[in-house]
Write a protein that binds this ligand. Structure first.
Ligand code: B16
Ligand code: MG
Length: 231
């Protein structure tokens, strides 16, 4: 519960002093199911059955790192060439799913919340580990909505390193302390926290307990809540 003083203080906050940084997969759209199917298909070639529980560790993590994690789980080794080929095969399979996507796959509450941010002149950026982020945003009709897009092509260090969120804040010309991160992955929440930002977890409380608050989807958050978090 916020104290009376804090509520009064929050009313004085200019919404231009708040910026939102959105993860893509699991926050804007559920591409996690397609990543899972593509990795599952690949791992089957080595007789390894990837489970949903194991897939949780791949969320928010780069393609290369995901393959390293799966190989470790499967106790399987690939030569350098085979590793590169596996990355390519996985991505081709993932893109087959992406190519079928349309705006019906935007997650509940997203379109309305982005609209509210626009109305309140709150800037927002995408901050996704995916190198396919622009392609996915294009498919679901949201490419033009974001004030900035930082994706897997723009960073050296993947989540849980804070680089992606630091870069998004810099691009929006916003102070770190005024940024609120929306994340569905443990690695992403850790990245936002190590950047020194407020983090809203989207998903299950018992998995995302490092976030400042956890909600099921964007229907559960308001502009007032954002102002209170920053105050
Ligand atoms: P790609 P996010 C992440 O997206 C996914 O959660 C993760 O599972 C995937 O491995 C990563 O993007 C890289 O994606 O293979 O398309 O470059 O959650 O950071 O939006
Ligand atoms: Mg995600």
């Amino acid at each position: 519960m916020l104290s009376k003083n804090k509520i009064l203080l929050s009313k004085g906050i200019n919404t231009k002093m708040v910026a939102c940084l959105f993860d893509l997969d699991g926050v804007i759209v559920d591409t996690a199911k397609y990543h899972f199917l593509a990795w599952k298909r690949l791992a089957k070639e080595w007789n390894f059955e990837l489970t949903e529980e194991q897939n949780e560790h791949l969320k928010g993590v780069s393609r290369t790192e995901s393959l390293e994690i799966i190989l470790k789980l499967a106790n399987h080794h690939l030569s350098k060439e085979a590793f590169e080929k596996a990355l390519q095969d996985k991505n081709e399979c993932f893109l087959e799913f992406v190519n079928q996507m349309n705006e019906s796959e935007i997650l509940e509450g997203v379109a309305d919340f982005l609209q509210q941010l626009k109305q309140h002149h709150i800037t927002f950026s995408l901050a996704s580990s995916s190198k396919n982020a622009r392609n996915i945003l294009q498919k679901i009709g949201l490419l033009e909505k974001f004030d900035a897009i930082i994706d897997g092509n723009d960073i050296i260090n993947g989540k849980p390193h804070p680089e992606i969120f630091e870069k998004a804040a810099k691009t929006l010309n916003m102070n770190i302390k005024n940024c609120i991160v929306f994340e569905d992955a443990v690695a992403g929440i850790q990245a936002g926290k190590s950047a020194g930002m407020k983090v809203i977890g989207i998903g299950e409380k018992h998995i995302l307990h490092e976030a400042d608050i956890v909600i099921k989807n964007l229907t559960e958050i308001s502009i007032e809540d954002l102002k209170k978090m920053i105050a």
